[in-house]
Each structure stands twice: as C-alpha cells, then as structure tokens.
Design a protein around this ligand. Structure first.
Ligand SMILES: *[C@@H]1O[C@H](CO)[C@@H](O)[C@H](O)[C@H]1NC(C)=O
Ligand SMILES: *[C@@H]1O[C@H](CO)[C@@H](O)[C@H](O)[C@H]1NC(C)=O
Ligand SMILES: [Mg+2]
Length: 387
C-alpha cells in the first residue's frame, strides 16, 4: 500500500514538474520580471483604466511593492497554484522585507478592460444589474444598499466600489470580513485589481494524509466557519458555493483555518426574504460529480443550511458520494469503535432526511461538540503518556 502511494507521489511530482515547465514556458516573459515591478506595471494599467478609482492607493501601494524582496518558489507554493491553473495564473507567493509572507492576486481580466473603459457609476451599476457576475446577491435590485454598507468600512470612491463589485467581490469582502472576525486572511493592501493578503496557510490538499486528530481540529473549525458564514453579518447571509480543498487553508503553527476564495459567494439580505422566519433545507440528491442548488430558492428564506451541507459533505464524501473522498476518511478503527456517533452524525448532516434529522444546524453543533470531546480525551491521553 505504502509503496503504491509512493509511486503515485512520484508520478504526481513528475506530472507537476512537467506542468511547471509548460507554465513557465508560457509565462517566461512575466516570470523574468521582478514581482515588485510586475505589480507596479499592473497598477499603472489599472490607473489607465480609471485614474480616479485608484489614485488614493498609489503611494501606499508603490511603497509596499518596494518592500517585496523575493518570490517564494518553494515546491509548496508551486503545488498550491497548480489546481488553480489556468484561471488564476496571476497568483504569486512573495516574501517581504520584514520576512512577512504574502499572496498577491491580480483579479482583473483583459476583456473587462475594454468593456469598462471610462465607465461611470451609472454604467457600472447597469452592468452589474444586468450581467452575470461570479458572485450573486438577492434581491438583486437592492444590491446598492449592500455595497454602500461595505463602503462604510472601506472608504472607497463610488466608481471603485462598483468596479470592484463587477470584477471580483473578494476585493471588497475580504477586508471587511477580516475586520468582522471571519476566518479569512488579513488583507494587506488592495492596489487596483490586485489583492494582497497574508499567506495564511497550506491548502487542505496537504492534510488528507495527516494525523487524524489534526484533521478533526480542521473539521471542527470548518463546521464553525460554515455556521458563522450562514449567520453572516447584519441581515446578510453568506453562502460559500464552492467549498473545496483549494479554497480552504490551514495554518498548523496557529492552529487556524481560513477560507481564501469568496468570489462565487451568494449573499442574501434575509430581511427581504419572502419566508423570513423559516429555514431553507438543502435537498440531498444524486448529482454525479457536481453540486447544484437553486439560488432563488435559497434567497426566499431567512437562512439556508447549504453551507453546512457542503462542509459536512466535504468531510464525509466526494461529489460522487464516495467515502474514500471524504476529508475525514478513513476514520481510524479505534476512534470508530470508541465514538461510533461521529460517523453517524456526519452522515446525518449530509443527508438530513426529514425523518432522522431535525435540522443541519443542530447536526453541525452536535458534531462540533463530539469532536471537542474526542480531542479533549485525546489530549489528556497524550498528556498521560508524556507524564
Ligand atoms: C417578514 O416579512 C413580513 C411580511 O413581508 C414583514 O411584515 C416582517 O416585518 C418581516 N420580518 C422581518 C424580521 O424582517
Ligand atoms: C432568522 O435566522 C436567524 C439566525 O438563525 C435567527 O436568529 C432569527 O431568529 C431568524 N428570524 C426569524 C424571523 O425567524
Ligand atoms: Mg473559486
């Protein structure tokens, strides 16, 4: 078994190296430019698109870029970027003079540039109301009040606000959610369409083969995050529609989990929902290799359990309903025997049929409590061994 794994690893590595060569060949021009200079160039281009939008950022950003001392080219950072190719070619892992490690993400894209040249607030608003963006808001006709609320935290010009909302909601949401104590990385700067944030941890891909108790801690924090995002802030519910290992990182030193990609979020103003005192229950159904949901359905309710479904499913099975693809699997025999409820609760949370599951919020809370108990007993056990 372990031999086979090693062979797989080696094959994976060879494939990765091959990909890196291809990517580097494609991007040879860009990769030769020092990152500080590269991002200054991006900022200049963004300023050409809309001078007024980014003028106030110029000084702070240029100064920040001067403190970049190098690109982090560890195998880890390269492997991290692979699953995101080619849509996110513009992610770079950098080290600053004060040894801080940051991630720079350029979130603009070329087509949009032509489109939005010399755009006014009115045009941008129309564009957002009538075009399909990656993130969604309900009720859409009311989106302005939400954006203005974000603006209260960010002190941005109106044009910038709408431009960011059209480009990638991460540019607005990340700094606000960090301030509100959501598990997202700290934003250092937003420079034009570049978001610079903490290099917060390693993608969950790295943890599938880790110690089971480490994975339990991650699972607990993921469930807690799914509850926190569901409750959201003010009247706003935040539904993370792509909860995958790429989009979640964990920092071992800080024992802390972060969600790093919110660009496809669904945000619902619950005070405007039609059934504003009832809970939307996600219907578990066979959907081979996919996750499907009806945003309009979710929008009608005070709150939906869709985040919790996604978190429990991630922990328990893959999108083809194979247990082997669940983050927490395989559950070690000794844990299974001592805590048979763990698997039961997880399955209940995924399926949550009317007959055996009151609601997923309770399932999640019960699972969190059980995990706390397991971890506590495990720590005590380790402690006794040491003493
Ligand atoms: C719920 O909706 C009803 C009818 O639309 C409205 O009267 C009520 O104020 C709403 N409640 C909340 C908490 O928003
Ligand atoms: C809506 O959901 C929130 C969060 O669960 C809850 O606190 C609130 O009481 C609910 N509102 C109504 C009117 O049911
Ligand atoms: Mg994404």
């Amino acid at each position: 078994m372990s031999t086979r794994r090693r062979t797989e690893n080696r094959a994976h590595l060879r494939f990765s190296v091959l990909l890196i060569i291809i990517i580097n060949t494609l991007e040879v021009k860009i990769s030769l430019i020092e990152p500080g200079k590269l991002y200054k160039t991006y900022l200049k281009e963004d300023l050409e698109l809309c001078k007024d939008c980014f003028r106030s950022q110029l000084k702070g950003c240029e100064k920040f870029y001067e403190n970049i001392i190098g690109q982090d080219l560890s195998l880890q950072s390269i492997m991290d970027v692979l699953p995101k190719m080619p849509s996110k070619r513009n992610i770079r892992w950098l080290t600053m003079q004060n040894t801080e490690r940051v991630v720079c993400k350029y979130l603009g894209y070329r087509n949009q540039r032509k489109h939005l040249h010399h755009a006014t607030v009115q045009k941008l608003r129309d564009e957002l109301l009538h075009s399909q963006s990656a993130w969604q808001y309900c009720p859409i006709e009311d989106i302005e009040s939400f954006l203005l609320q974000l603006r209260a935290y960010l002190s941005l010009k109106l044009e910038t606000l709408w431009l960011y909302a059209l480009t990638n909601i991460d540019l607005l949401l990340k700094p606000v959610l960090y301030d509100l104590n959501f598990p997202v990385p700290r934003t250092w700067h937003v420079c034009g369409f570049t978001l610079i944030e903490d290099n917060a941890g390693q993608s969950l891909h790295y943890f599938y083969r880790e110690n089971f108790f480490q994975k339990l801690e991650i699972a607990k924090q993921l469930l807690e995050a799914s509850l926190q995002f569901s409750n959201g802030f003010s009247n706003y519910r935040l539904y993370i529609t792509d909860l995958t290992a790429d989009n979640i990182v964990y920092n071992v030193a800080k024992s802390k989990l972060y969600l790093i990609d919110l660009d496809t979020i669904l945000i619902v103003d619950s005070s405007k929902a039609e059934y504003n005192n009832s809970v939307h229950r996600y219907e578990y159904e066979i959907c081979e290799g996919c996750f499907s949901y009806e945003p309009l359905d979710i929008c009608n309710y005070n709150i939906s359990d869709v985040n919790i479904f996604l978190a429990c499913q991630f922990l328990t099975e893959d999108l083809y309903q194979r247990k082997t693809g669940g983050f927490l699997y395989p559950i070690p025999q000794s844990v299974q025997e001592r805590y048979p409820n763990l698997e039961k609760l997880l399955n209940q949370c995924v399926q949550c049929s009317q007959s055996n599951c009151h609601n997923r919020f309770d399932s999640a809370k019960n699972t969190i409590n059980l995990i706390k108990e397991i971890l506590l007993n495990h720590d005590t056990h380790l402690y006794k061994q040491i003493v």
